[in-house]
Ligand binder design. Structure first.
Ligand SMILES: Nc1ncnc2c1ncn2[C@@H]1O[C@H](COP(=O)(O)OP(=O)(O)OP(=O)(O)O)[C@@H](O)[C@H]1O
Ligand SMILES: [Mg+2]
Length: 373
């Protein structure tokens, strides 16, 4: 997939922008706080109907303005496509594909695949299991609508069970009915997560080694699913035996909403023993594995957004990442940095199809570009 053009109005600190992109490498150079990540966030929004930064829609409108707009012109499966977003104070947001408004935004998510690597990815390692589940769910749902369905059914039933627990209701048949629904959904969620983690783990380890460049560090991903401790592999008996305890604590203590993924480095928990550069390498390898998974699952090459990824990495690792992402396996790339040298290095590897903008206070100025003759 390719994003050929992006226009923005009042998106965060960007008053107005109209950019034509290179099909290969697009670089954004600028000092801190100038609007580089904001531009990537606009691209992210057009794919995911929400900001990468977690900001609410109201916060995305440029300070003092009461609307914001973003429009992208894509080439997807060789077909030109337009996706546009409109935000206005006091109004419902609109997202349109080909001028037609979506009834449900969930229909859009996953259709224009992108993968973003950003400094915030450290939260995948340092954050709670919820961060990792959210990431896993987001990636799997983009290629498996049955999975998304099961997640929604599970969340609905879980909410009902928690409501009973909070209200202190002790009604055996009511619990049974809800727990049957939870268990049925878990029967799809658990093995899907298990298989996905296993598959991703293989791809991920290859990328980690390709970046770290030696065999001295062994990394791993392991799914820690709540059903692993079930006597018959289903959720029923676990909920059954947890019920007394859950009634006391007034929430559901077992189930897929407690699953997690263990990240390890040399068989130790990464969050404890990983150096900053190792953690960074780990998250970049995760994102590249995510790219490969999505490409495989959807047949569409995602856009790759790399926000300030070279910080904390040694020169060898930077070098290897550059070689990887500029290879023919990856498609269109959007990359930000505060350092021109990194961007020049990456441009030097591309065979001459690139564009570089300098970014100052939300204004984008094309500073250099080339396209093959
Ligand atoms: N709604 C908004 N209206 C105006 N400015 C905003 C809005 N939201 C964010 N900003 C501004 O955008 C700036 C941050 O931009 P951005 O995160 O894109 O910087 P950056 O170029 O990526 O910098 P860094 O190199 O530090 O990552 C901040 O100064 C912030 O105040
Ligand atoms: Mg930034």
């Amino acid at each position: 997939m390719q994003l050929n053009h992006l226009s923005l109005a009042n998106f965060k600190n960007i008053a107005e922008a109209s950019l034509d992109f290179s099909p290969k490498i697009n670089c954004f150079l600028g000092n801190n706080g100038m609007g580089k990540s904001n531009l990537l966030d606009a691209i992210f929004y057009l794919s995911f109907c929400k900001s990468f930064s977690g900001m609410t829609d109201a916060m995305l409108m440029r300070r003092g303005e009461d609307y914001a707009m973003a429009k992208g012109l894509y080439l997807r499966r060789d077909t030109p496509e337009e996706v546009s977003l409109g935000l206005a104070r006091g109004r419902r947001k609109t997202l349109k594909r080909g001028g037609k408004e979506y009834q449900r935004l969930s229909q859009h998510i996953g259709t224009f695949p992108i993968v973003m690597a950003a400094p915030q990815d450290i939260d995948l390692i340092r954050g709670t299991g919820e961060e990792r589940r959210r990431w896993m769910d987001m990636v799997i749902s983009q290629s498996d609508s049955r999975y998304l369905d099961a997640l929604i059914r599970y969340a609905g039933a879980l909410e009902q069970r928690n409501r009973l627990l909070r209200a202190g209701i002790v009604d055996h048949t009511l619990y049974e009915a809800i727990e049957t629904q939870m268990s049925a959904a878990a029967e799809y969620i658990h093995p899907t997560r298990e298989k996905w983690t296993e598959r991703l783990s293989g791809i991920f380890s290859r990328y980690y080694r390709a970046i770290a460049g030696d065999d001295t560090e062994t990394v791993g991903l392991a799914f820690r699913g709540s059903l692993h401790s079930s006597p018959d592999g289903t959720l029923r008996p676990l909920l059954d035996s947890a019920r007394r305890h859950d009634e006391a604590v007034r929430h559901t203590s077992v189930g897929p909403h407690r699953d997690d993924i263990d990240f390890t480095l040399d068989l130790m928990p990464l969050r404890r023993c990983g150096s900053q550069g190792q953690c960074k390498t780990f998250t970049i390898a995760l994102r590249l594995a995510q790219f490969e998974f999505l490409l495989d699952a959807t047949g569409i090459k995602p856009l790759l957004l790399l926000d300030d990824i070279f910080d904390k990495l040694d020169a060898d690792r930077v070098e290897r990442i550059m070689a990887l992402v500029t290879g023919s396996h990856f498609g269109q790339i959007f990359i930000t940095d505060t350092n021109r040298r990194h961007l020049d290095d990456i441009i030097g590897r591309t065979g001459g199809d690139y564009r570089l903008w300098s970014v100052t206070d939300g204004t984008f100025t094309l500073a250099a570009s080339a396209s093959p003759a």
